[in-house]
Write a protein that binds this ligand. Structure first.
Ligand SMILES: [Zn+2]
Ligand SMILES: [Zn+2]
Length: 264
């Protein structure tokens, strides 16, 4: 067996991604209540006490709300870089010493049979990261919560079998929407979030059309619609000659339900 991947939830109300191989089960972020995450895990028939580790991208509450609870309840190690630990240390509550694990951004490390490379992204947090995760000859890449994606980040994620890329907002909806100007500026800024257009452009630049799975994540409830995100990205991909049915699989993740379970 290769990878199993499921987005339990993605969006500003909570982020939690599930990754499994023969030998390990991990969560990337745990941004909802412990109870909610237990429910979503049970939707895919996974018991929370079988989770081996929680990896955190950054300290924002939509990524860390349930991290402490799950670690205490099921004795799960938490992995994050120093910046993120300093940001979330107070809010996630007391963690057992041996469950506090620190990694260095930009340095690949092993976790059982996984290779994990956390890399810098551009977001208004202490030390936010994206992840490239390797198993056998396959790779999963996750980039959400970044204002832009540079060539380095593209190199890190290229060649993945599955991408989870942020498609946060439609630029027009954000501009005319009800958010106060400073917040709009933050979201659009280089330490904010990727728009639907950004997501389309990035995906079109990195996929090779050999059946990769591209998932759109972290959709805004206020400044986006799932169908609008999907269509915007689909159009950009088709303009660059990529068919979203035959060349790749383009799919959405959700804020209120689990995604499809992908095995590859
Ligand atoms: Zn977020
Ligand atoms: Zn964030």
């Amino acid at each position: 067996m290769g990878f199993k991947f499921c987005s339990l939830s993605s969006g500003s109300s909570g982020n939690c991604q599930y990754i499994e191989t023969d030998n390990i089960r991990i969560l990337i972020d745990a941004g909802m209540s412990g109870k909610k995450i237990e429910e979503l895990l049970s939707d895919i028939d996974v018991l929370p006490n079988t989770i081996d580790a929680i990896l955190v991208t950054h300290e924002h509450i939509d990524h860390t709300k349930g991290v402490g609870v799950l670690s205490r309840r099921y004795d799960i190690p938490i992995l994050a870089n120093e910046g993120t630990w300093s940001g979330m240390g107070k809010t996630i509550g007391n963690i057992k010493e041996y469950n506090i694990k620190t990694f260095n951004t930009g340095k690949e490390f092993e976790l059982k049979d996984l290779g994990i490379l956390p890399f810098n992204i551009s977001h208004d947090a202490y030390e936010p990261v994206g992840y490239a995760i390797y198993y056998k000859n396959k790779k999963i890449s996750i980039i959400t919560d970044t204002g832009w994606v540079n060539e380095d980040m593209k190199e890190y994620i290229k060649g993945s079998s599955l991408y989870l890329i942020e498609s946060n907002h439609d630029l027009e909806m954000l501009k005319v929407g009800k958010y106060p100007w400073p917040l709009k500026k933050r979201i659009m800024g280089e330490k904010g979030h990727l728009s639907n257009d950004d997501a389309g452009k990035i995906i079109s630049e990195i996929v090779s059309g050999n059946g990769e799975i591209a998932l759109l994540g972290h959709l805004s409830q206020e400044n986006n619609f799932p169908l609008l995100a999907y269509k915007t990205v689909k159009n950009i991909l088709e303009d660059s000659g990529i068919d979203v049915h035959t060349d790749i699989t383009l799919d959405l993740t959700h804020r209120d339900k689990v995604s499809k379970v992908y095995n590859f």
